[in-house]
Design a binder for this molecule. Structure first.
Ligand code: HEC
Ligand code: HEC
Ligand code: HEC
Ligand code: HEC
Ligand code: HEC
Ligand code: HEC
Ligand code: HEC
Ligand code: HEC
Ligand code: HEC
Ligand code: HEC
Length: 286
């Protein structure tokens, strides 16, 4: 046994005996984790859990009592270090205080994510290294980058919500803890889009049936697309023809003589100006 180790062992022995002398209380965490405790005091948990001085109970809330841990610090059986815990186990500890914030059966928890995939208790949250074009995104969106780079790419298209400039956040449309929620936009319950686009979501006297199933996504790509107005199609007519097999025959009469017949590049919304719905006209002409 080296000299250093022997000395450490002696200190440990003294500490445990000292703890013994003071009844059931073990050696306080502070005795050996001064650096952790110091950093902890300046975190949201530290500030909230400190009530007249940091107590071991604050640490135990997450790590367990750890009574035997001081005598065998390297034995993972004696302290909860979270390292090898399943996401369900981690979430259960956090949810013991954050009942309202459970991941439930969200896609994220099914994918094995835990609270610690996005949150850190002791470390100051570090912004993931983002490419310079996304330097100004809000912190919450930055937390999504490491796993969803392909979504950020969609925001780089010519036509897209200005996430990069901080005008919208991933959380404008997705709930951080139930990320799938904002995706259910069908029917006329497009609340998430309505928050900012009240004029497009109705309700209208004459609804466009297109919204009935997929909502706004029937015609728009919500993150961004290369097409005008973030539409799913480059050409206006091509978009309409995906659902309307053909324009009614009388349309042909509208076309100026010699002009091409109604095709995929016809701008149908030149006449159907209230394409999102109308209170005046069932054909969305005004
Ligand atoms: C007698 C000193 C001592 C006391 C008291 C002590 N620890 Fe430790 N603890 C250690 C040492 C040494 C390690 C490092 C072991 C290692 O490197 O694996 C450690 C490691 C840990 C780890 C990380 C374990 C891992 O596997 O990574 C946690 C968490 C921890 N301690 C929490 C606590 C908490 C909470 C308390 C109070 C209930 C506490 N400790 C009290 C000495 C102590
Ligand atoms: C709100 C829950 C929570 C509380 C309270 C808490 N911890 Fe932790 N601790 C964690 C989690 C989770 C980890 C795993 C690493 C991470 O995500 O930060 C951890 C990691 C650790 C580690 C090993 C990694 C490191 O940073 O050295 C030690 C040691 C530790 N905690 C000690 C303590 C002590 C001492 C206290 C009380 C002052 C305490 N913890 C309070 C949740 C908590
Ligand atoms: C003993 C109860 C308790 C446990 C266990 C607990 N927390 Fe907390 N947590 C709190 C309290 C109290 C606050 C402060 C609430 C406030 O500021 O309104 C808080 C705040 C937070 C915040 C908000 C921080 C901020 O920036 O405002 C996050 C995120 C969080 N906890 C995550 C976690 C995670 C992850 C775990 C599991 C590793 C966990 N908590 C376990 C009590 C707890
Ligand atoms: C996919 C990433 C992600 C996961 C997983 C996650 N969170 Fe969060 N959480 C966030 C983001 C982003 C915010 C910031 C919300 C805001 O700014 O409005 C947040 C905010 C919080 C807050 C403070 C605000 C609030 O809503 O009360 C608490 C507490 C919290 N999370 C706890 C948890 C707990 C407990 C878990 C695990 C059951 C968890 N989180 C899992 C991303 C996540
Ligand atoms: C640690 C990795 C990770 C982080 C961080 C993360 N996600 Fe995810 N996310 C996943 C995985 C894995 C899936 C499962 C589907 C897949 O493979 O894409 C997923 C799925 C999703 C889905 C699809 C949900 C559905 O119902 O199909 C949305 C929306 C989403 N994440 C949004 C977010 C947002 C917003 C953030 C930031 C607050 C975030 N994610 C952070 C890994 C992550
Ligand atoms: C303007 C609202 C809005 C914003 C902002 C937004 N999303 Fe979405 N997101 C949606 C909608 C709506 C869907 C459903 C799309 C579909 O089903 O075609 C979706 C789908 C997803 C999906 C699953 C489908 C896919 O394409 O893989 C992921 C993952 C996702 N979003 C992540 C994110 C992330 C990460 C951010 C921030 C960088 C973000 N979203 C910002 C509205 C938004
Ligand atoms: C039937 C397809 C369709 C549906 C469904 C649809 N849109 Fe549109 N939207 C369009 C077309 C086509 C344009 C381009 C109009 C033009 O050419 O002038 C447009 C343009 C827009 C514009 C930009 C033009 C402006 O007037 O500011 C916004 C914003 C918009 N839509 C939001 C929404 C929202 C929010 C929803 C869901 C509530 C939605 N759209 C549903 C087809 C649709
Ligand atoms: C937080 C507010 C906010 C939410 C929520 C939001 N948008 Fe937007 N949207 C904007 C802003 C602001 C613009 C203007 C362009 C910009 O600054 O990004 C815009 C632009 C658009 C445009 C393009 C308009 C054009 O002239 O080209 C479409 C289409 C659109 N949004 C559809 C949607 C859909 C669909 C949803 C729901 C999935 C949605 N938006 C949710 C704020 C929002
Ligand atoms: C996602 C499918 C879809 C797309 C794309 C779509 N529509 Fe529709 N549209 C419908 C449905 C469904 C109805 C309702 C038909 C019914 O109730 O019989 C409808 C109704 C209409 C009506 C009212 C007359 C009627 O038959 O009830 C007009 C006019 C119309 N659409 C024009 C357009 C134009 C112009 C475009 C392109 C900008 C377009 N639509 C794109 C699905 C779509
Ligand atoms: C020059 C103007 C004009 C253009 C361009 C136009 N429409 Fe129309 N459309 C009309 C008028 C006017 C009516 C209604 C006639 C009536 O009152 O019955 C109509 C009616 C409709 C109807 C409802 C027919 C019904 O049976 O009730 C649909 C569907 C429609 N248009 C689709 C389209 C599509 C798709 C395009 C683009 C390829 C388009 N329109 C371009 C003027 C136009």
């Amino acid at each position: 046994m080296s000299k250093g180790l022997a000395a450490a062992f002696l200190v440990l022995l003294l500490l445990t005996q000292w703890a013994h002398a003071f009844g059931e209380s073990a050696v306080p965490c502070t005795a050996c984790h001064a650096d952790v405790v110091q950093r902890f005091a300046d975190t949201p948990h530290g500030r909230a859990l400190v009530d007249g001085g940091l107590t071991d109970a604050s640490c135990a809330a997450c790590h367990g009592e750890g009574v035997a841990h001081p005598t065998a610090p390297t034995d993972p059986a004696h302290i909860r270090a979270f390292r090898d815990d399943s996401s369900t186990e981690v979430n259960a500890v956090c949810a013991s205080c954050h009942q309202e914030t459970h991941q439930g059966s969200s896609v994220h928890s099914q994918a094995g994510l835990s609270c610690l995939s996005c949150h850190s208790v002791h470390k100051v949250p570090q912004k993931a290294p983002l490419p310079s074009e996304f330097r100004d995104v809000d912190d919450a969106s930055a937390a999504c980058y490491s796993c969803h780079q392909e979504i950020f790419t969609q925001f780089s298209f010519n036509e897209g919500h200005r996430l990069a400039q901080g005008a919208v956040s991933c959380l404008s449309c997705h709930d951080a803890h139930d990320v799938g929620q904002g995706m259910r936009l069908g029917g006329f319950q497009q609340e998430i889009c309505r928050d900012c686009h009240a004029d497009k979501a109705g309700p209208f006297v004459f609804e466009h049936g297109a919204s009935r199933v997929d909502g706004c996504e029937a015609c728009h790509v919500p993150h961004g697309s290369p097409n005008r107005h973030m539409l799913t199609h480059q050409d206006n007519g091509a978009l309409c023809y995906t659902c309307h097999a053909a324009v009614p025959q009388f349309h042909v009469g509208f076309a100026p003589a010699g002009a091409p017949r109604f095709g995929t590049d016809t701008v149908c919304t030149n006449c159907h100006v209230t394409i999102h719905g109308s209170n005046l006209d069932r054909n969305f002409l005004r």
